[in-house]
Design a binder for this molecule. Structure first.
Ligand SMILES: Cc1cc2nc3c(=O)[nH]c(=O)nc-3n(C[C@H](O)[C@H](O)[C@H](O)COP(=O)(O)O)c2cc1C
Length: 169
């Protein structure tokens, strides 16, 4: 799958089969995440791999919009680490780039994924912090549940010519 094909065919997957994901694949996804660009190459991220069934089942308690974790085989929590910031505030963009890399790498591997938002919703940030015993400097940013897709999602084209401006507005 080439890059443009991966970008244009990736969709959020919220329904998964019971097929487990090999640890090596999860590591490849983490490698993809850490290949992301970051401000001044600050790499202000930390990742928590959640593959314990009981823990996956408890995620719904801290994010009701992440019900798919009940079916997911694993999930990667993307976190910002404020002690690793060189350019304050850019960690959100850095972590977004890392998260998108996970989605695309998973898709290339035939694994379905979905970005579930945590930051900046205070209750979710605090909920994940408590559930996973995260230290104060680590901010849970988003959770990416993973699994082999139970159904294929169709490709969509969201290009909107009227959102493009040339030189001046
Ligand atoms: C910042 C952000 C937060 C999101 N949060 C959730 C979420 O909590 N639960 C969920 O099911 N999907 C979530 N999504 C996925 C979006 O709903 C999805 O990307 C969007 O509907 C477009 O569909 P697609 O990913 O299939 O192209 C989130 C996506 C982003 C970028």
């Amino acid at each position: 799958m080439n890059t443009l094909e991966a970008i244009s065919t990736r969709r959020s997957v919220r329904s998964f089969t019971s097929k487990p994901i090999a640890k090596e694949i999860v590591e490849e996804l983490l490698r993809a995440a850490m290949s992301a660009p970051s401000a001044g190459n600050e790499q202000p991220w930390q990742f928590v791999v959640i593959d314990d069934r009981k823990m996956l089942d408890r995620i719904i308690d801290v994010n009701p919009n992440a019900k798919m974790c009940k079916e997911a085989q694993a999930a990667i929590l993307v976190c910002g680490d404020t002690t690793k910031e060189k350019y304050p505030g850019f960690w959100v963009q850095d972590c977004s780039a890392a998260a998108q890399n996970i989605l695309l790498a998973a898709h290339e591997k035939g694994i379905g994924s979905v970005w579930t938002g945590i930051y900046p919703i205070k209750e979710r940030v605090e909920g994940f912090r408590r559930l996973l015993s995260l230290p104060e400097n680590v901010i849970p940013f988003c959770l990416v549940p993973l699994g082999y897709p139970a159904k294929q999602m169709p490709q969509v084209d969201r290009f909107q010519k009227d959102r493009v401006h040339h030189n001046v507005w």
